[in-house]
Write a protein that binds this ligand. Sequence first.
Ligand code: ZN
Length: 162
Amino acid sequence: MPLDLEIIAQSGDRPLPTPNEFSMPFWEAAGRHELVLQRCKRCETVRYYPRPGCPECQSREAIWEKMSGEGTVYSFTIVSRPLTRWFAERVPIVVAIVSLVEGVRMMTNIVGMEPESVYIGMPVSVCWDDADGGITLPNFSPAVANEDRELNSSIGDFGGIA
Ligand code: ZN
């Protein structure tokens, strides 16, 4: 069994990331409900996922910068088969690639709406899913002008499909 699947099977639960020395600032900021990414100090390219070197110029110097949290759906799929028991009561879920206005694309979940209503190009805003183990995941929901994003932050909140 591949290592990743073995870990999931052992937990029998929700797969969650394990922060490492390169991604720790990202996850610490997520815990404060702030989306921060690395910006290269030499060429100013924003990068995602967190890593030690710039993919454009290979510089190892970067700053962590707060992102707008705004973007659009670049691509998505609706997942109906649960990978673990945790997902069994939560499918279908939307796994998406979101283009941030800062120019990088993140894999994430679209929450807070019916999966069938998601469309490519849809404006979305980051929202936060406080998961177990001190991990907070950045999800995205339909772009909103108010301060109530927290209400849409749970992965199960699009509801209604039994
Ligand atoms: Zn660079």
